[in-house]
Design a protein around this ligand. Structure first.
Ligand code: SME
Length: 160
């Protein structure tokens, strides 16, 4: 059953109304998103925790790798370029990081707050080849922008 983005938007709007804690938002979105479409076999966030470093955040599915530098993987490409990565065949993506051997396609979206600060990325993996569409990318980008607009930018003070 494919996701109904109008319903998903309404559900997330009511669940996250007034929330500006990034991890709480990520946990809620990962849970709702993962269970609304059988294409989504891994659904989760990586957070910006230091300059050019992503660390795993809330997710649904098998274990994901804990740390991804911006110069690695599909997630790193989304973070460093701040662009959506719509990958129809992960085996054709140079430097793809395979957290699961079953992954065939992937959609990774940058997550920014209302000031344009990079908060992290949303990563969705599918065991189906070429599973994601531009509509998925466009609708999810809008949902992320609305949910994360009031989240504070990452604070790296205290990081060497
Ligand atoms: N495939 C991602 C790594 C995260 S695991 O898929 C959860 C990448 O290449 O960045």
């Amino acid at each position: 059953m494919p996701v109904n983005y109008d319903e998903l938007e309404n559900t997330l709007a009511s669940l996250t109304a007034g929330e500006c804690d990034g991890v709480a938002l990520m946990a809620t979105i990962a849970c709702e998103l993962h269970h609304c479409d059988d294409r989504f076999d891994w659904t989760g966030f990586y957070r910006v925790t230091a300059p050019d470093v992503l660390k795993i955040g809330p997710y649904q599915g098998g274990h994901g790798c804990l740390v991804i530098p911006f110069d690695r993987g599909v997630c790193g490409a989304a973070a460093r370029n701040r662009t959506v990565q719509l990958v129809g065949d992960v085996s054709a993506f140079p430097g793809h990081i395979a957290c699961a051997a079953s992954t065939r396609s992937e959609l990774v979206l940058p997550v920014m707050n209302g000031d344009g600060a990079l908060i992290g990325v949303l990563d969705i993996d599918s065991n189906q080849p070429d599973a994601f569409t531009q509509t998925d990318a466009d609708r999810l980008s809008l949902i992320l922008a609305r949910c994360f607009k009031d989240v504070a930018a990452p604070d790296f003070r205290g990081h060497a």
